[in-house]
Write a protein that binds this ligand. Structure first.
Ligand code: IPM
Ligand code: MG
Length: 367
């Protein structure tokens, strides 16, 4: 039986964060109303604005709240270049907030769906013959290892030149756990796993592939295909429909998942789930877009999609998650869009952020 009440730490973040979070919360309330499951929301500061308000991007009170929550729903963070410069490098919201959040809960498995059903196809810059029936890729990105968290060194060398050194660290356990996640995901879907690597150059990829070979026999029903990361970038553009589940290390995943947003037509269409052993958090894959904040023009899809992922992966509410995806498709399918996404086909229903959220919540309620 599903638990009847969940506590969610809500970190609205910067830029468009608060406004798209508001719409995601509307959708949560609709689910609450329909399912009878209660969501207790605890708001806490996080990100660049939090730094200015409290002196920390990830304040202690926020940590305590997240520790106590069943899951964390996090908006995008980050400041304009000018604002960022007012904060010491180490304290800037990405290094001082987001990476410590990932580290605190060891959210090693990052799911980034690149999902383009027919109702959204017109947003993609790709030709219809390339999109075929629609794109449906699950990128699985390792999120707490590699260059992001490796050793760092900086200084002046013997020649008096400034230098920097950052290392790409992985051990076999870190690789094995993300591989298991990816194989299990592939098993649930089309049973094909694309392994993204760079073993022609990087020793980290050689070990990555070795561990993959050791684990693969446990999943005899999953076919493994290998693709080198640079080639993967090209193939994603030329024939995205050949991919289903893709697994990759942290930095490769950062880059290819943004490419995924490009295939869809906007990073605003990229929700994500960051799964840890004890705790998971959910966030859009994009930044805080300060240039379009507070104008009611940002599409809330990435935040609403993150709620759907949270219901599925943290609360076991699969049916409700499906209802949210269906609601989003319905609203786009009826021709609604927001000014940031626009409608390349010249569609007529350009509505504001909050009206878009109302429609998705309404569709969830009406389902
Ligand atoms: C992402 C973002 C982050 C990352 C930034 C904000 C640190 O680009 O989630 O993809 O690089 O992981
Ligand atoms: Mg990124």
């Amino acid at each position: 039986m599903t638990k009847k009440s969940f506590t969610i730490a809500v970190l609205e973040g910067d830029g468009i964060g608060p406004e798209i979070t508001r719409e995601a919360v509307k959708v949560l309330k609709a689910v609450e109303q329909k399912s009878g499951v209660v969501f207790e929301l605890k708001y806490a500061p996080f990100g660049g604005q939090a730094y200015f308000d409290t002196g920390a991007s990830f304040p202690e009170e926020t940590k305590a709240l997240c520790d106590a929550a069943d899951a964390i729903l996090k908006g995008p963070i980050g400041l304009s270049h000018e604002q960022s410069k007012k904060i010491p490098v180490e304290e800037q919201p990405e290094r001082g907030g987001l990476l410590p959040l990932r580290r605190r809960y060891m959210t090693y498995a990052n799911f980034r769906p690149v999902y383009l059903p027919p109702e959204l196809a017109h947003f993609s810059p790709l030709k219809p013959r390339v999109i075929e029936g629609g794109i449906d890729i699950m990128m699985v990105r390792e999120l707490v290892g590699g260059l992001y968290f490796g050793g760092k060194e900086q200084g002046v060398n013997a020649q008096g030149r400034r230098y920097v050194k950052e290392s790409l660290d992985y051990d076999e356990d870190q690789i094995a756990r993300i591989m298991h996640v990816a194989f299990k995901e592939a098993r649930k879907r089309k049973k094909v796993l694309h392994n993204v690597h760079k073993s022609n150059v990087l020793m980290s990829s050689v070990l990555w592939n070795e561990i993959l070979e050791e684990i693969a026999p446990e999943y005899p029903d999953v076919e493994v295909r290998h693709v080198i990361v640079d080639a993967a970038a090209t193939l994603l553009c030329l024939k995205p429909t050949q991919f289903d589940v893709m697994v990759m290390e942290n930095m490769f995943g950062d880059i290819l998942s943004d490419l995924g947003g490009g295939l869809l037509g906007s990073l605003g269409l990229m929700p994500s789930a960051c799964i840890g052993e004890q705790k998971s958090y959910y966030e859009p894959s994009h930044g805080s877009a300060p240039d379009i904040a507070n104008q009611g023009i940002a599409n809330p899809y990435s935040m609403i999609g993150s709620v759907a992922l949270m219901l599925e992966k943290s609360f076991g509410m699969d049916e409700e998650a499906k209802a949210i995806w269906a609601a989003i498709r319905d609203v786009f399918g009826a021709g609604y869009t927001t000014p940031d996404l626009g409608d390349p086909e010249g569609g007529q229903h350009v509505i504001e952020t909050s009206a878009f959220g109302d429609r998705v919540a309404g569709a969830v309620l009406g389902a």
